[in-house]
Design a protein around this ligand. Structure first.
Ligand code: CU
Length: 190
């Protein structure tokens, strides 16, 4: 277990980091990790990689990618917004008693372990666009803003890609079944 240490003013951290970077890379690693634990927001500790959004003409879509936590403490994405959709939910995919996979809001959001990554993939956790404002066309881009448990936010740009697999059903028990009926038919007609 790391000892509780006194946290000097930020300027001292920066200076210490610069010296370590010039001299001993290994020291920098240890130093910046300790700093992060004390001072960094979740938005500063977490980056996203390989992000993309599923192309769709209307209705629902989803964003995927890898959330990477470079810090010493777990971080949690609690909500998301995008100009592409009026409503966005953080979803997981679970199998029901019959083994049928369905998606539903993930309670507590997406947790990213310390020095770990959380993968958002078709068939797994994803950022669900519940109601597109307009078509998301292949090759275009849209932005997504994530809000973390500490209130910090980070915005990333994701490219829209064609993807026709994993049309999960929506769990009717967890939401208004009527408005999500479209999830049960493939969004891509051809
Ligand atoms: Cu979903």
């Amino acid at each position: 277990m790391p000892a509780i240490t006194f946290a000097p003013p930020r300027a001292a951290h920066v200076l210490r980091g610069a010296i370590a970077a010039a001299a001993v890379p290994l020291l920098l690693t240890a130093c910046s990790s300790a700093d992060e634990k004390d001072t960094a927001t979740s938005a500063a500790a977490v980056t996203i990689a390989d992000q993309w959004v599923k192309a769709a003409d209307s209705g629902m879509s989803a964003a995927f990618g890898d959330l990477i936590n470079s810090g010493d403490t777990p971080r949690t994405v609690v909500s998301a917004t995008s100009p592409a959709s009026d409503r966005i939910e953080l979803h997981e995919v679970v199998a029901d008693a019959n083994g049928t996979k369905a998606m539903r809001p993930k309670r507590g959001g997406f947790v990213i372990p310390a020095h770990g990554r959380t993968r958002l993939r078709p068939g797994g956790d994803h950022i669900m666009f519940m109601d597109l404002r307009g078509p998301l066309r292949t090759g275009s881009e849209t932005s997504v803003t994530l809000t973390f448990e500490d209130g910090s936010t980070t915005t990333f740009t994701a490219q829209v890609r064609d993807f026709s697999g994993n049309q999960e059903n929506y769990v009717p028990d967890h939401a208004d079944g009527e408005s999500h009926a479209g999830a049960q038919t493939p969004a891509h007609g051809g």
